[in-house]
Design a protein around this ligand. Structure first.
Ligand code: KIV
Ligand code: NA
Length: 265
């Protein structure tokens, strides 16, 4: 694929080629991800935690999401860029939801938006889709509802919640969403959903039966180190490596080792 589109993702599902997705919030990181051949860059509202240090995803604003999204779009030459609609920018009514989605598309140049929820936000999704904006769904653990759940534990372990999840996934498929994120649900349930709907299911903590995987990039690079869920695979230990590098720099400055004659004018 020269340039990934929402159509390419659907083709990948049909061909059985798994979809790779990571979060991205800034230009420099996004350049690396795009260059490495990643399929989808998600400007997640996890920027609220990772970039701004908030405890939850709730505080991040639409303006702040647009700032992150513009930075990522400027780095994307191949990857599809999907942007989260932040908490409070789509829940009150479908018109507000469409206005927020339009602002993201217009002001950042992103390719698609994502929002959390199923049946409850059906009218909003419909309105956004009708405007020609591709929509990615997000079900299971939906962090914008953390105060309703009370914790970040695995969702849909009970029959009733699993049934609602299945019917929401079918609804998003039927309405014309191009993909669906399933967060922290049992692998067996995620596999069943992926096999029963036509659009790609991209999992995080949802097992290997999904059509693709997503992780928060700072987690998989090991820049964060206090977050250790079972589903997280760390490819580097940058927290340690970067700490050592900075400590070495401090030492070199203090000891007058840096800069040397060759490092000055
Ligand atoms: O904001 C985010 O990082 C996400 C992914 C975890 C799916 O929504
Ligand atoms: Na998110």
């Amino acid at each position: 694929y020269k340039r990934i589109t929402v159509k390419s993702l659907g083709e990948m599902k049909v061909l059985g080629e798994k979809i790779s997705m990571l979060t991205a919030y800034d230009f420099t990181m996004a350049k690396i991800l795009d260059n490495a051949g990643l399929d989808v860059m998600l400007v997640g509202d996890s920027a609220s935690n990772v970039m701004a240090g908030h405890e939850t995803t709730l505080p991040i604003t639409l303006d702040q999401m647009i700032y992150h999204a513009s930075s990522v779009v400027r780095a994307a030459t191949r990857a599809l860029v999907v942007v989260d609609l932040p908490f409070g920018s789509y829940q009150s009514d479908p018109k507000e939801a469409l206005r927020s989605a339009i602002r993201i598309m217009k002001e950042s140049g992103a390719h698609a938006i994502k929002l959390e929820g199923g049946k409850e936000i059906k009218e909003s999704i419909k309105r956004i889709l009708n405007a020609g904006i591709p929509v990615m769904g997000h079900l299971g653990l939906t962090p914008q509802s953390i105060y309703k759940f009370g914790s970040y534990t695995v969702r849909a372990k009970e029959e009733e919640e699993a049934e609602k999840l299945k019917s929401d996934a079918k609804l998003l498929d039927k309405m014309g969403c191009f993909a669906l994120v399933l967060e922290k649900v049992p692998a067996k349930l995620a596999k069943e959903i992926a096999e029963s709907i036509s659009i790609p299911v991209i999992g995080i903590g949802a097992g290997n039966g999904c059509d693709g995987q997503v992780l928060v990039v700072h987690d998989m690079l090991g820049m964060t180190h206090e977050f250790n869920p079972r589903f997280l695979r760390r490819y580097l230990n940058l927290f340690e490596d970067m700490t050592n590098a900075v400590a070495q720099y401090v030492d070199d400055v203090k000891s007058k080792d840096f800069p040397t004659d060759q490092e000055q004018y």
